[in-house]
Ligand binder design. Structure first.
Ligand code: B12
Length: 211
């Protein structure tokens, strides 16, 4: 048994096997980040590559995502096992038009584990939904995830509207962005407060932004 078996089980869309193997690795004391990165995320990357090549299609991507979700269910309590008082509140969601949520869920889990209160709006979230939730929860941060290139203009539009809401609705919420098409340069160009490359990066960024 090894983490590469998890990679294989995700590649074979075998939810039950993923559940069994992730449980076994956790019980054996394997580092959670290794299970995540080398087992589950690496397999999704390979699926994505095959999708680009045209050798796999949407149903296969979906089945692989479901297998990863099964593994995340097991890891979730380990990532959010915290008794600390909230260090800040983050409203998180995947932007309008985009239904990918695995990365967003991971970021939410790790932020929760780092002591943030999380308000998760799910996927296909528009700027007004982000703003209303941030206002209602007196949030410090809005975290926007996007996997599609078409999510980038949505993020840009949302940042403009959030900036306006900060002055008109007496709010002071900062915006962080992430997802594969997004970069530090892009974040700066659209006026976001920060960009994080992965879930641990999101935690460092959020900590810095709430100080
Ligand atoms: C699984 C998957 C799907 C699943 C999603 C299921 C789900 N519940 O999420 C399904 C089948 C639904 C799907 C659909 C589509 N998909 Co898709 N999908 C993928 C795939 C294989 C994996 C994505 C994933 O979960 N990665 C693992 C997670 C953990 O990584 P991540 O999201 O990048 O998140 C990490 C970081 O980016 C960062 N992060 C993420 N969010 C945030 C937010 C903040 C604030 C911060 C700081 C950090 C951060 O931290 C995360 C954890 O470390 C990718 C390929 C790939 N390698 O990415 C294609 C991919 C994203 N999909 C793609 C496409 C084209 C589509 C479709 C348009 C296909 C179609 N023709 O219908 C549809 C779009 C549907 C829609 N409207 O959204 C393309 C996007 C191309 C592009 N640049 O626009 C990709 C890249 C595949 C490819 N190689 O072409 N997809």
């Amino acid at each position: 048994m090894s983490v590469s078996d998890i990679y294989t089980a995700v590649s074979e869309y075998d939810d039950e096997k993923v559940t069994e193997l992730v449980n076994a690795e956790v019980a054996a004391g394997t580092d959670v980040q290794t299970i995540l990165n080398d087992g589950m995320i690496a397999a999704l990357d390979e699926i994505g590559r095959k999708f680009s090549e045209g050798t796999l299609f949407v149903p296969e991507m979906l089945m692989a995502a479901e297998a990863v979700q099964a593994g995340l269910e097991i890891i979730r309590p380990l990532l959010i096992d915290t008794g600390v008082k909230p260090v800040g509140c983050v409203v998180i969601g995947t932007v309008k038009g985009d239904l990918h949520d695995i990365g967003k869920n991971l970021v939410a889990m790790m932020l929760e584990g780092a002591g943030f209160k999380i308000v998760d709006l799910g996927t296909d979230v528009d700027a007004d939904q982000f703003i209303d939730a941030a206002h209602e929860n007196e949030a410090d941060l809005i975290a926007m995830s996007g996997l599609l290139t078409t999510s980038m203009p949505e993020m840009e539009k949302a940042v403009v509207v959030i900036d306006e809401a900060n002055s008109t609705r007496n709010m002071n919420v900062k915006v962080m962005v992430g997802g594969p098409p997004v970069s530090q340069d892009f974040a700066e160009r659209i006026g976001a407060s920060g960009y994080g490359i992965d879930a641990p990066g999101a935690v460092d960024l959020a900590r810095g932004l709430v100080q």
